[in-house]
Design a protein. Structure first.
Length: 630
C-alpha cells in the first residue's frame, strides 16, 4: 500500500490554507501531523479523504495524488450511527460482519456434515474454518470486549442502546469502531482528548502493534513519542517531513534551523565581501577583470534562504502573588466526596510552593475533589481546612462564562474595573488578545482562546493557590509548553488535574492517584511513580515465576516420589518372590531323595546362594530408596 500527494494545495475562498503539500503514507507507517492550532492539520486529514479539496500547489512539480492498491481509509468523522435504538455491543459488532457471517455459515455446514460428510461439504467446511482463523475469528470477541472496557464502559453499558449515551460517549464508541475496523490508513484527530491515563496507555499499546498505517493529529507529546516513526510539521503553510518520533523531530528541527541559519549568515557575509571587492575595483582597468569574476561568483551561488523563525508565538504572564500563604496550605482528613454516594475517601497535606498533580481514570472523583475544595459541592463526611492567608482561584475545564455575548474586553473589565484601558489591553495582549481580538464575542472564541481568557483573568488576580482542572485541553503543543514554563515559575501552590502525562511529569512534584477505588498520595514525580510501578510489576512477575518454578519443582518432586515408591513396591515383590523360592529350595533339599545326592544338593545350594545374594542386593537398594523418601 502506498498513498502519495505531490505538490497539492488547499484553499478556502481567497485564503490558501496549505500551499505546497508533499505527503506520503507507506504501509505500516506511523505518522504524526503537528503544528500550531489553526495551521491546517485537520484540513490535511480531510484532504487525504476528499481529494477534490486539492489543487496545484506553488511548487514546480506537477500536482498529483497517487494510490497503490485498493486503499481503505478510516476517519472518525465518517462514522455515523444509523439506528439510535441498536444496542451498543451490536453496533460495535458490525465491524466484524464477515466473521459473524462466517460463524453462521460454519454452523450450517456442521449440520450438513452430520447428514452428509461428502468431499464437497468437507472442503467447504475446511475453507470456512481457514478463513475464520485468518480473520482472527477465535479472538475477535475478546478484542472488542477489551476495547469496550478499556474505554470506560461496563458490561451493563454493552446492553444499552446508542441513544442512551451522551455525545462524548458516542464519540468514544465511534472511536472504538474505527480502530477495530482496521482500515489500511487510520486517521486519528486528537484521539486522546477526554481519555483518562489508563485508556490512553491501552490505546498506545494497541496502536503500537497496529498492523497497518496510522496518521495522527495530536498535542499529546508522550503519546506521539510512543507511537510514531515519522512527523510532518505544518508551519507557515508549508509541510516538512522528519524521521523519528516527536522528540527526534524537535531535535532535528532545531539542528536544521541552526545549520541553515549558520549557512545563510556565512553566505551573506561572503556575498557582502565579494560585492565590496567588486564595487571597489570594477572601474579600475587593471582590476576590472577580477571585479567581474567576483560578481560572477555571486551569480553562480545557490542562494541559501534565511530560515523561518520557529512559530513560538504564545501567551505570557508575570506572576505576582498578592500575598504569601502560611506554610501549611491545605489539610484534608478522611474526606469522603461524591453526590448520592461516596466515590472516594481522601487524606493528604499540602504545603506552600508544592505542586500536586491529580491523575486517574474518568469518573473516579478528580474534578469532584476540586469542586468540593472550592465549596461548589458538599462533602459527605470528613473535613478539609485551608491554612493562613490562602487566596485560591479555580479553573474549570467546562470554561463556563456567565454571558457568552460579552466581548473579551467586557469580560475582562468586569473582573478588573479599576485597571486603566492601557493596563487592560496589556494584560490581554500578554495572552494573545490584540486590538481586533478584544472586541470579539466570547461565543465566537475557539476552545483554546477561551482557555487563554480564563487563565488571563485567574492569574491577573495573583492568587497563592491555583486549582486547575484540565487546563491544557484545547491547547496546542507550544501553548502547553508555555503553560508548563509559567507554572514551573509560579511561586505559589498548585493543584492540577490532568490526563496529559508529559505535562504532569514536568509540573508536579507530588501526586494524588485515583486508582482501584482508592486514593493514594505519592511524594514524587510522575516519572518516579511510573518507575516504581514498573519495578513492582517486575517483582510481581518475578514472584509469579518463582511461584511457577516452585509449582514445577513440586510437580517434579511428586513425580520423582511416585517413581521411587513404585520402585520400592516392585523391589518388595521381587524380594518376596525370591524368599519364597529359597524356602521351596530348602524344603526340596530336606527331602530324602535329594539329601542323599551330593551332586543334586550342591546344585540346589548354588541356586539358594545366588537367590540370597540377589535378596541382599535388593534389600540394600530397598533401604536406600526408603531412606530417600524419609
Amino acid at each position: 500500500m502506498n498513498y502519495k500527494i505531490v505538490n497539492g494545495s488547499v484553499s478556502y475562498g481567497a485564503d490558501t490554507i496549505l500551499e505546497e503539500i508533499n505527503f506520503e503514507i507507506k504501509e505500516k507507517d506511523k505518522i504524526a501531523i503537528v503544528g500550531r492550532n489553526g495551521c491546517g492539520k485537520t484540513t490535511l486529514l480531510k484532504a487525504i479523504i476528499d481529494n477534490s479539496m486539492l489543487e496545484q500547489g506553488v511548487g514546480e512539480t506537477k500536482f498529483g495524488v497517487y494510490k497503490q492498491g485498493s486503499t481503505v481509509i478510516g476517519y472518525l468523522k465518517q462514522i455515523q450511527f444509523e439506528d439510535s435504538n441498536i444496542l451498543m455491543v451490536d453496533e460495535i459488532r458490525k465491524v466484524y460482519s464477515e466473521i459473524i457471517a462466517l460463524e453462521e455459515k460454519i454452523s450450517i455446514l456442521e449440520k450438513k456434515l452430520q447428514v452428509d460428510s461428502n468431499d464437497k461439504n468437507i472442503k467447504e467446511y475446511t475453507n470456512a474454518l481457514e478463513r475464520y482463523k485468518l480473520l482472527d475469528g477465535y479472538t475477535y470477541k475478546k478484542e472488542y470486549e477489551t476495547a469496550i472496557y478499556k474505554f470506560g464502559f461496563t458490561k451493563e453499558d454493552m446492553k444499552k442502546t446508542i441513544g442512551e449515551f451522551s455525545g462524548g460517549q458516542k464519540t468514544k464508541i465511534a472511536l472504538i469502531k474505527l480502530i477495530l475496523s482496521k482500515p489500511d490508513i487510520l486517521l486519528l484527530d486528537e484521539p486522546t482528548n477526554h481519555l483518562d491515563i489508563e485508556t490512553i496507555e491501552w490505546l498506545e499499546s494497541y496502536l503500537e502493534s497496529y498492523p497497518k498505517a496510522i496518521v495522527i493529529v495530536s498535542h499529546d507529546r508522550m503519546f506521539l513519542d510512543k507511537i510514531v516513526n515519522k512527523v510532518y510539521e505544518i508551519e507557515y503553510g508549508a509541510i516538512t517531513e522528519y524521521t523519528g518520533n516527536f522528540t527526534a523531530f524537535e531535535m532535528q528541527k532545531r539542528v536544521n534551523y541552526e545549520k541553515q541559519l549558520k549557512d545563510y549568515e556565512y553566505q551573506q557575509k561572503e556575498i557582502k565581501r565579494l560585492q565590496a571587492i567588486a564595487d571597489r575595483f570594477r572601474y579600475k582597468p587593471t582590476k576590472a577583470k577580477m571585479a567581474l569574476s567576483k560578481l560572477k561568483k555571486i551569480e553562480q551561488m545557490k542562494i541559501v534562504e534565511e530560515p523561518n523563525k520557529y512559530d513560538l508565538k504564545s501567551f505570557s504572564a508575570n506572576f505576582k502573588l498578592k500575598e504569601e500563604s502560611g506554610k501549611l496550605v491545605l489539610k484534608v482528613s478522611d474526606l469522603q466526596i461524591g453526590y448520592d454516594k461516596p466515590i472516594a475517601k481522601i487524606s493528604f497535606e499540602l504545603y506552600r510552593g508544592q505542586k500536586l498533580g491529580i491523575i486517574g481514570a474518568n469518573g473516579k472523583g478528580k474534578s469532584t475533589l476540586l469542586k468540593t475544595l472550592m465549596g461548589y459541592t458538599n462533602s459527605i463526611s470528613g473535613d478539609f481546612e485551608y491554612g493562613y492567608h490562602v487566596d485560591k482561584e479555580y479553573f474549570d475545564q467546562q470554561m463556563g462564562f456567565e454571558d457568552d455575548n460579552k466581548t473579551v474586553l467586557e469580560e475582562f473589565e468586569g473582573d478588573f474595573p479599576n485597571l486603566t484601558i492601557t493596563q487592560t489591553r496589556a494584560s490581554l495582549a500578554s495572552f494573545l488578545f490584540f486590538s481586533e481580538d478584544i472586541d470579539r464575542q466570547i461565543k465566537l472564541l475557539s476552545g483554546g482562546e477561551k482557555v487563554r481568557l480564563q487563565l488571563c483573568k485567574i492569574l491577573k488576580k495573583g492568587p497563592n493557590l491555583l486549582l486547575l482542572d484540565e487546563p491544557t485541553n484545547h491547547m496546542d503543543i507550544v501553548g502547553k509548553e508555555t503553560l508548563e514554563n509559567l507554572l514551573k515559575a509560579y511561586t505559589g501552590t498548585l493543584i492540577v488535574v490532568s490526563h496529559d502525562r508529559y505535562f504532569i511529569n514536568k509540573i508536579a512534584d507530588s501526586l494524588l492517584i485515583f486508582e482501584n477505588d482508592e486514593v493514594k498520595f505519592f511524594d514524587g514525580t510522575y516519572q518516579e511513580y511510573m518507575q516504581i510501578r514498573k519495578d513492582n510489576e517486575k517483582d510481581d512477575e518475578k514472584n509469579v515465576n518463582i511461584k511457577e518454578k516452585k509449582t514445577n519443582n513440586q510437580y517434579l518432586e511428586n513425580k520423582e516420589r511416585n517413581r521411587v515408591q513404585g520402585k520400592i513396591k516392585r523391589l518388595e515383590k521381587e524380594i518376596e518372590e525370591r524368599e519364597a523360592k529359597v524356602e521351596r529350595l530348602h524344603e526340596e533339599m530336606s527331602s530324602e531323595e535329594i539329601c542323599t545326592s551330593y551332586v543334586k544338593l550342591a546344585e540346589l545350594q548354588s541356586q539358594v546362594d545366588e537367590l540370597e545374594k540377589e535378596i541382599e542386593e535388593k534389600m540394600d537398594l530397598w533401604q536406600e530408596l526408603s531412606s530417600s523418601l524419609e
